[in-house]
Design a binder for this molecule. Structure first.
Ligand code: NAD
Length: 477
């Protein structure tokens, strides 16, 4: 059992003032694996003050030098890959092999990619008789969730540091391993004191950070409900805010799509990390005349999914993060079963391990657009299938929720797929299973939030633009 009872403030690990904490369980065994102290308003205050004190010098440090520090942080994270893989897999429930690649190695590469593009992203831009300069916003309050803990921290911190901002991070209380490793890597990298501060804690620490007058920008990833609340607090103080929130993303299988590829991609996307992925394709839209074909193929595919311990090499789907979250997902499923939707395939609950926060993957067919299951984020292994009569209806269904985070299209013609992708109101749309691009902008339309992370676009979230008008030379006689 690890007691995470120190906050990283002004370059040092300080014992937590408060003894209250959140208890973290191994999602597969339900064993107690960690406690996470609840940071107090006074610890948030100390962290913000340290960040403010560090800001003038850090923002004046050359971008080349800042990039060297970012690379050094990546080195420190790389030295901790093994402990992060085992820790994050136990916390979140993602199978070890996927945890290594997606939860740990990919974010470390993103730290390095951010360092590599920083100088170009922050270069001055000439514009007629002006020069546009890019200035760091100031002190950033970063608040992150538990589902991809290192990835979400990276999207904010690497970009903010590249831009010249100082940061106070309040990571998720349910997945402390990534933030702990990051604090250690930062200390080793010799980052000047106060440039990054980490205050552990629950929503009270998060809210104290959002409300602190010394914070210039709040960068939040989490649920839409909390995002709205944070935006309203930040709005009162005219703080900048960027929000990466939930989703109910649709994938449109066009009539000429390769059905086997659609089923493979849709299952992989929806059930990745047990459905605990904000950009998961959770609604599959198929032509109504092909419903029975898809039904049969989905049944076979779901049946083949190996649900089990994340540490077992054969496992594709592990447990959910916590008992509380499992209960929430189960209540969604029970309600959908009661509604009488077509249950395409459910693993029998009796086939699941008898300990751990497991939920059997399930697919519901012919779910109407206005149904709760088609409108609200479940964040568990639940796929919804909807049918459409023509492409206009498919677009209307895809765009028919409050969200707009991600989307997918499958077509026999990639050009046709791209035309449909351009009509989808979502921040990222993949055509024919195209892979994730770490330097493309990631973020949402509508209730999925505003602001973008990733690559140059992610760095731009943390800058203010300054236009300097230079005297215009008049022609000499
Ligand atoms: P959550 O909103 O409950 O918590 C997220 C973070 O906010 C945590 O650190 C939590 O302690 C903190 N928090 C909670 N209440 C707060 C308050 N009042 N003030 C300040 N901070 C507060 O979300 P979660 O359960 O940790 O994560 C799951 C949600 O995150 C899902 O809705 C998912 O879609 C979303 N998510 C979005 C993205 C994206 O990039 N769009 C990525 C991952 C997760």
């Amino acid at each position: 059992m690890i007691a995470h009872n120190k906050h990283f403030i002004d370059g040092a690990w300080r014992p937590a003032l408060d003894t209250t904490h959140t208890v973290v369980h191994d999602s597969a065994t339900e064993e107690l694996i960690a406690t996470v102290s609840h940071g107090t308003a006074s610890e948030i205050d100390a962290a913000v003050k340290a960040a403010r004190a560090a800001f003038p010098s850090w923002s004046a440090t050359s971008v080349v030098q800042r990039a060297v520090f970012i690379q050094a942080i990546a080195d420190g994270l790389e030295a901790r890959v093994e402990s992060m893989v085992t820790g994050i897999a136990a916390e979140v429930g993602m199978p070890l092999k996927l945890t290594r690649r997606i939860q740990v190695e990919a974010p470390i590469s993103a730290w390095r990619a951010t360092a590599a593009i920083a100088a170009d992203a922050l270069a001055d831009t000439p514009l007629r008789h002006s020069v546009i300069t890019k200035e760091a916003v100031g002190v950033v309050g970063a608040i992150t969730p538990w589902n991809y803990p290192l990835h979400q921290i990276t999207g904010k911190l690497a970009a903010a540091l590249a831009a010249g901002c100082c940061v106070v991070l309040k990571p998720s209380e349910l997945a402390p391993t990534a933030a702990q490793a990051l604090g250690e890597a930062i200390a080793e990298a010799g980052l000047p004191n106060g440039v990054v501060n980490i205050v552990l804690g629950d929503k009270n620490a998060g809210e104290a950070l959002v409300r602190h007058p010394g914070v210039d920008l709040v960068s939040f990833t989490g649920s839409t409900a909390v995002g709205k609340h944070i935006a309203s607090i930040a709005g009162q103080a005219l703080k900048r805010v960027s929000l990466e929130l939930g989703g109910k993303s649709a994938g449109i299988a066009l009539a000429d799509a390769d059905q086997a590829a659609v089923v493979k991609n849709a299952i992989a996307s929806c059930f990745l990390n047990s459905g605990q992925t904000c950009s998961a394709i959770t609604r599959l839209l198929v032509p109504q005349e092909q419903y029975d074909d898809y039904r049969a193929q989905l049944q076979t595919a779901v049946e083949a999914l190996q649900v089990g311990d994340p540490r077992d090499g054969k496992t594709r789907i592990g447990p959910l993060v916590s008992a509380e979250h499992k209960q929430r997902v189960q209540s969604f499923i029970a309600e959908a079963v009661n509604q009488g939707y077509d249950v395409i395939k459910a693993h029998a609950d009796t086939a699941l391990p008898n300990r751990g926060f497991y939920v059997a993957p399930i697919v519901f067919g012919r779910v109407p657009l206005e149904a709760r299951l088609a409108q609200e984020e479940v964040f568990g292994p639940v796929l919804t299938v909807q049918t459409y009569a023509d492409e206009d209806e498919a677009i209307a269904i895809a765009n028919g929720t409050a969200y707009g985070l991600a989307g997918a299209v499958w077509s026999g013609s990639p050009e046709h797929g791209e035309r449909i992708a351009r009509r989808m109101r979502a921040g990222q749309v993949d055509v024919n299973g195209a892979p994730f691009n770490a330097v493309a902008p990631f973020g949402g339309f509508g209730a999925s939030g505003f602001g973008r992370e990733g690559g140059t676009f992610g760095i731009e979230e943390f800058i203010e633009l300054r236009a300097i008008q230079l005297p215009v030379r008049t022609a000499t006689k």
